[in-house]
Design a binder for this molecule. Structure first.
Ligand code: ATP
Length: 249
């Protein structure tokens, strides 16, 4: 592989190693480690409270771990020179101000991150919001908010996408559309890491799975590896997690 291509692949690599996070006396992440690789859709699966958001928040520099490391292209998020061009993310919907239009929200993000203004229209097109560009975010449905969040994640044409529960609030057509978009990103060499507690949606889009229960990784592998011997991913998931939903108390 040419050196440039090898470097590009490295840039999109997400590496989580031995992460520990405590809240008071509770350990919510207990030596969590896995990687998400370029060209693959990696699903981070766990029940509510299992530790998915805590892990992704640390990966995206929004929270500090009590131990371990989380790296984007070999660097902690906070040290990235062009974060939005390296890793696009969506946590908790769009995060846009309700009084702003979708276009203004993206234009502001582009301006503050040195991204060409021409990307605003392209990103709105990409997520099917072109005709709603001038609508105030406060009037958006949950699904439209998810689409805007995704447009923001795609704005800088990053090598990696990190998405927390991206299909929440989407209707069946929206879920199908999202699946196609994520597959396209991976097919183009991008890294896609998405968290979910929805087995059926994940089974249709993921190459690799990382299963977390009670703040611990209980399985990693390809979709085929983890579901061998089970009729459905859901059955494999419950067997792996023992039905254990939450974090350690
Ligand atoms: N700031 C905080 N203070 C105390 N406990 C917290 C805090 N943030 C998260 N937790 C706890 O850490 C555990 C893991 O939460 P986390 O949000 O990472 O789970 P999750 O897998 O993303 O689940 P969900 O899908 O419900 O968001 C939960 O028990 C949660 O209550």
């Amino acid at each position: 592989m040419p050196a440039g291509r090898a470097r590009d692949r490295m840039v999109g690599m997400l590496l989580i190693d031995q992460l520990v996070k405590r809240h008071g006396t509770r350990t919510v992440l207990d030596h969590v480690g896995f990687e998400a690789r370029p060209g693959r859709v990696t699903a981070f699966l766990g029940a509510n409270g299992a530790g998915k958001s805590s892990t992704l928040r640390i990966l995206l520099g929004l929270d500090r771990p009590d131990g371990g490391t989380a790296l984007v292209g070999g660097r902690p998020y906070r040290t990235l020179r062009d974060p939005l061009r390296t890793v696009g993310s969506m946590l908790d919907g769009s995060g846009a101000h309700r009084a702003r239009t979708a276009r203004d929200h993206l234009a502001w993000l582009a301006r503050s991150n040195g991204i060409a203004r021409s990307r605003v229209g392209e990103a709105l097109d990409q997520v099917g919001l072109a005709s709603s560009a001038g609508v105030r975010v406060g009037r958006f449905s949950l699904g439209m908010g998810q689409r805007l969040g995704l447009a923001a994640a795609l704005l800088g044409e990053p090598q990696a996408l990190v998405l927390d529960e991206p299909v929440n609030g989407l209707d069946p057509e929206g879920i199908r559309w999202m699946r196609g978009l994520l597959r396209d990103q991976a097919a183009a060499g991008g890294t896609v890491l998405l968290s979910s507690h929805l087995m059926a949606e994940v089974a249709d889009v993921a190459d690799d799975l990382v299963v977390i229960a009670g703040g611990r990784i209980v399985a990693t592998g390809t979709l085929a590896e983890l579901t061998t011997g089970y009729d459905r991913l859901e059955d494999a998931f419950f067997a792996l997690t023992g039905g254990d939903a939450g974090a350690h108390r």
